[in-house]
Write a protein that binds this ligand. Sequence first.
Ligand code: XIL
Length: 473
Amino acid sequence: MDKVLARGSGSPTARPRPRTALLSAVAGVAMIATTVVVASSASAGTTLGASAAEKGRYFGTAVAAYKLSDATYVGILNREFNMVTPENEMKWDATEPTQGQFTFTSADRIVSHAQANGMRVRGHALAWHSQQPGWAQNLSGTALRQAMVNHITQVASYYKGKIYAWDVVNEAFADGGTGARRDSNLQRTGNDWIEVAFRTARAADPGAKLCYNDYNTDGQNAKSNAVYAMVQDFKSRGVPIDCVGFQSHFNSASPVPSDYQANLQRFANLGVDVQITELDIEGSGTTQADNYGRVVRACLAVSRCTGITVWGIRDSDSWRASGTPLLFDGNGNKKPAYTAVLDALNAGGSTPPPTTTPPPTTTPPTTPPPTTPPPSGNGCTATLSLNQWQGGFVTYVRVTAGAAGTNAWSVTLTLPAGASITNTWSAQPSGTSGTVTFRNVDYNGRIAPGTYTEFGFQGVGTGPSGTATCSAS
Ligand code: XIL
């Protein structure tokens, strides 16, 4: 809406601003108003966001809510970026400072600003050892596990439909050569805390991409190998994960790795998107610019690298301000690094990479291959898989059609005493405890012969497992 055409960006390849799909979407009404202003992303080829969009990617920045009253800051933000990550405002200490009492005021300012200006939002971060409120730092065991599940459920539900991708779990692996998990209060609740976090996030907002995010995983090393093995395991077991974030905080002690692109590619080959989530590179001048150019080219060379986020706008906005690691100087002027990024984004013209369109905002839950053969007759079968932890559970139900397929189906099961359902997705439950019948929703009643669909539910207490009664019509 208030995008400004940036001139003199140093780009030799400025192209005319594109007419967007939005125009055709409103064409029936808008065409009569010849002065209608097209709500486009930033101008093609002359801003980071528009140039990234031409390559089927986004270009984002971390945003601090309190800076949204700084005109210089907002001017650059609105002109250059089409994705934002709240720098601190969605973290546990910010959103649940007192247990069970949620405050979204600062995060909402950022989300509203993004929505009003055609930007998407990366949510950051649901479960992390750092920036926990004091009350959570003091919890352990079941109480902490339940608090984590509740936190993820509440925050992801509150922002349901508004988040492109969530950093569900942040920084869960240790540095160094062991490939071990990082010790933390969350880790001490049990090794399954990460998959529980992902299942919980999927249940709360099935449309958001769910990412694992970390640092010192940007090249191949023991830590990234351990994350790789976890993602591979999650994919093989149907734990919902859609993307891996590479923070990419670089400086002379931690330079851009020589195998950066290869590392992004090997993760992408596992069937997840990869994203550069917190990019900053300390330095200045040509050296810094060259490093930024390398990072951008690496992302563009990996078709599932869906976007790049820098961790702040001006050097003075950076969490590492003394290292002047960003694309704009303290006065908001473009640095050589900015030009290197824009040139890298514009190189090779506007053809999107072969297999990359902007990623769909909704990904169905991944499902493992069927382990039971489909029933040979009519009707359907329902098999349950249970993820249980002390005090809570997620149950996935696979509904497999018989030889006739289904037009509609229902699954009936009985919850153990004391259990109750708090959240169901992809089915409509008749109740929350005792014997519950789940009916298909609009889009998944029809199952082709021998194939299956899945729904799931989350609850407190002990969850059901085994099989359930399935009827089809
Ligand atoms: C940083 C913020 O930029 C600072 O403002 C805050 O004081 C500490 O956190 N990895 C992450 C980010 O995932 O959330 C961190 O952000 C930087 C390191």
